[in-house]
Design a protein around this ligand. Sequence first.
Ligand SMILES: [Zn+2]
Length: 222
Amino acid sequence: MNRLDLIACHECDALLRKPHHAQQMNTRCPRCAALLFRSSATRLDLIAALAVAALITFLIAQGFPIVELDLNGTTSQTTLIGAISVLWNDGMELVAVAVFCSTFLFPLVELVALLYVLMPVRSGVVPPAFDLVLRTIQFVRPWGMVEVLMLGILVTIVKMTSLARVVPEAALFAFGGLTLMLAVVVMFDPRALWDIADALRPSPAPRTPTHGGIPHASAHRR
Ligand SMILES: [Zn+2]
């Protein structure tokens, strides 16, 4: 039996045989009905293009001021990193680290890691440290919270308008675009890349047609 033909359910650990053309179908665990593959997994080009666009938008969002405050002729503006450094200098180191990780470090790591694996896999090559990079994506994904930051910024702007004139700057629009792009990017399941990489890698053992007693994952076309 070739272990590359098998998949373990991430919810209940049931050992299942991979369906053929798993990336083109929604595939569920027959025991607990957890979703094993999404049918959108083959849209590598779309996800790669969106990841590039999101990375460029990310750099704009981080490099430019978010808003400018005008209070009786005195203007003030800051970038996200500037706001984080103010938090740090005001003695709120823990909050500063949490904001830095969830709105800068983890989204950046996810986008760079996704491009690192997507680009070579699209060309039929499995890059070095492929498994480690995919596990890194799965680790950082729940901690990226750009959309929470966006909501916080909008609430703050509404509250600040009663105190000062608020002028939206480039990073505010960039964060808005980034929130939408990341929402699509995170719908892509990186586990699908493992399946594609298995097909690209040389097989470690000869394949045999029998898989005694191991059930098929149930596949459903959309
Ligand atoms: Zn299961």
